[in-house]
Design a protein around this ligand. Structure first.
Ligand code: JFZ
Length: 609
């Protein structure tokens, strides 16, 4: 069941470009298929990688100077793709380097910010798809040292500052796409006469190999080289790069976006926090402090300090590492809001370091509505995102007894008790508590934590959501849908959809800690042709029958608000009695079939009061 969450079936997504939406097929063309198969972890450096948990990603290049604007017009989307969004001719793009003069770049300040943020390494774009080297390269003239008034090598300054401050350092390098290189992947100009796809060889030999060699020779110890968008690049090139990196710096890690099934660990799709623990060995989520990777003047969607910490915890609780991006401006300075939020989230991390660094994942495959878990030895950390209204948390058997409970950095008493197999942690009232960040409850057990039942807990105190991605299906399908609203700003969700018969069913396992009445809501999308179709939600002998409302997509008309499953809404279905505790099932089945039926995103179950 776990694996299905990572498999995408995107076959039926067709329409393109409506309301600026771009859908999965087109995205795969641009970015290449996701490289997300399991890589057997073996590299010696994965030890520090899995302990460190948190890294700074930096997107910085010529596009940063443009900040989302070309010739007075703003193009909304990920800023580093401006050349494509604005259709900028190669010559004009290259000429813009003469205006790039990031005089406010301060490597020491950047490294201090990463440290204050609690980040253990910095990975920066040495060359993005634009083809511009942000370092001193002999293999090209399109470099920051040769083509700009700035002339300095900021990568060298950053490498030195990292070495001085004990921060690991690494490079992002676009090995396949090079929009300004005549033989590069996805070149945006007219190919030279006689060009054949085989000429990628020329680009690879004359630019990629020498530049990667420079990066791994002239900048000291490199922790990670982060490749990206292999697209349809032949696997032999990936293999050649692995050999090169291994020869030059055997301790340097390579991410899975090198392509060809190579790499030392898996980089998930952008901004993707897996809701269920993935079976991928060592992996990371890459994310941004706002929406665009590189600086864009209009992008004010800054994640709050609490959101940053919450996303970090959700990633490490699922067993991954988190790399969070900042986009410096064209003048080299960091946007004020990024400094503010990274510093504030760093304060929380520092105060809760024992619950973050060097921890293991949660014993539960999924998180809870109130929070998430990390563990270390016999200690379990409960990161409380939402303080429970009842003042109590309930957890199913942890496989060992709690010997003590406390809140980190807090002297208040935390009582705990056991009701059969169910552990109760009495946190007390939220009144008078500072809940602007995330309180962490530390439980010490008398043995290692072990959870055998992964069914979603229905605890009688806090809401729980049953996700489409973990449903067992018969006569319907679980599919992942991916789309973007602004260019490159990723959205993805799983849906139970494509109902084929009246006997079809989707089933969720639930572990009921308290029997009784629950309020059930359904989040779904419904194409117009499935309006008024009838459905039954049931658990044992109890059931609720309901009809589907439309969510604004008309399959018969060509005009769409977006892909079929993009627009969802949440509807309260009613009160369902769950009469017995322990392992139960919840099921949805159609009473009649109209069209392909509804697309279910999730079912939320709340205590009924
Ligand atoms: C790539 C780049 O194109 C983008 O500019 C940025 O650098 C980002 C970090 O990486 O975009 C991707 C690549 C892969 C996926 C999504 C976006 N993916 O596999 O889901």
């Amino acid at each position: 069941m776990k694996k299905r969450l990572l498999k995408s079936s995107l076959l039926a997504l067709t329409a393109l470009g409506l309301n600026g939406s771009v859908f999965a097929e087109e995205m795969d063309k641009m970015w290449g298929k996701k490289s997300q198969q399991l890589i057997k972890p073996s590299h010696q450096s994965l030890k520090w990688f899995t302990e460190d948990k948190y890294a700074m990603f930096i997107h910085w290049g010529l596009y940063s100077e443009m900040g989302g604007v070309w010739q007075g017009k703003t193009h909304y989307g990920i800023g580093e793709w401006l050349m494509v969004m604005a259709n900028i001719p190669v010559d004009a793009y290259k000429a813009s380097a003469s205006k790039f003069n990031p005089e406010n770049f301060d490597a020491k300040q950047l490294v201090r910010l990463a440290k204050a943020a609690g980040m253990k390494s910095i990975i920066i774009t040495a060359k993005h798809h634009e083809g511009f080297a942000m370092f001193d390269s002999k293999a090209s003239d399109f470099t920051i040292t040769k083509a700009t008034p700035f002339k300095r090598d900021p990568m060298k300054e950053l490498a030195d500052a990292c070495a001085a401050e004990g921060v690991r350092f690494g490079f992002y390098y676009s090995q396949n796409q090079d929009w300004t290189e005549p033989y590069g992947g996805q070149y945006k100009g007219e190919r030279p006469e006689g060009y054949t796809p085989k000429d990628f060889d020329v680009y690879f030999k004359n630019k990629v190999v020498p530049q990667v060699t420079e990066l791994l020779t002239n900048y000291g110890d490199i922790g990670i080289i982060w490749f990206d968008t292999p697209g349809n690049m032949d696997a032999k090139y990936s293999s050649q790069l692995v050999d090169l990196v291994t020869k030059l710096q055997p301790n340097c890690l390579i991410n899975s976006r090198i392509g060809g099934g190579y790499g030392d660990y898996v980089s998930l799709g952008d901004m993707h926090i897996p809701p269920v623990r993935p079976d991928l060995g060592v992996w990371e989520t890459v994310d941004t402090t706002n929406d665009s990777w590189s600086y864009a003047w209009y992008d004010q969607n800054w994640k709050s300090p609490k959101t940053i910490c919450k996303r970090l915890v959700q990633v490490i609780a699922r067993g991954g590492s988190y790399m969070l991006n900042v986009g410096p401006k064209g003048d080299g300075s960091i946007p004020e809001k990024a400094i503010e939020t990274l510093t504030a989230s760093g304060d929380w991390i520092e105060a809760h370091a024992e619950a973050v660094y060097g921890t293991e994942a949660s014993p539960f495959d999924q998180g809870f509505s109130w929070g998430d878990l990390t563990t270390k030895g016999n200690d379990v950390y409960l990161h409380v995102f939402e303080w429970p209204v009842a003042g109590t948390l309930r957890l199913a058997d942890l496989g060992a007894n709690v010997t003590s409970a406390s809140i980190l950095n807090d002297s208040s008493n935390v009582e705990f008790s056991k009701d059969g197999d169910v552990l109760e942690i009495h946190l007390g009232s939220r009144v008078g508590r500072d809940l602007s960040m995330i309180p962490v409850v530390k439980l010490t057990l008398d043995g290692p934590v072990k959870v055998t039942n992964q069914a979603k807990q229905i605890d009688g105190l806090t809401p729980a959501t049953l996700l489409a991605g973990v449903a067992s299906t018969e006569g319907c399908e679980v599919n992942e849908h991916r789309w973007m609203e602004k260019f490159g700003e990723w959205k993805h969700d799983y849906f139970v959809e494509k109902w084929t018969s009246k006997d079809a069913k989707a089933t969720w396992d639930i572990n009921v800690l308290e029997a009784g009445d629950y309020l059930v809501s359904l989040e779904y999308s419904c194409q117009n042709d499935a309006v008024n179709s009838e459905w039954v939600l049931s658990s044992g002998d109890e059931s609720i029958t309901f009809i589907a409302y439309e969510s604004g997509y008309d399959a018969k008309k060509k005009v769409q608000p977006g892909p079929p499953r993009q627009r969802t809404f949440k509807v309260t279905l009613g009160v369902l009695n769950i009469p017995k505790t322990g392992l139960n099932q919840l099921q949805i089945t159609p009473r009649n079939i109209i069209g392909e039926g509804i697309g279910i995103k999730g079912i939320s179950i709340e205590p009924y009061r």
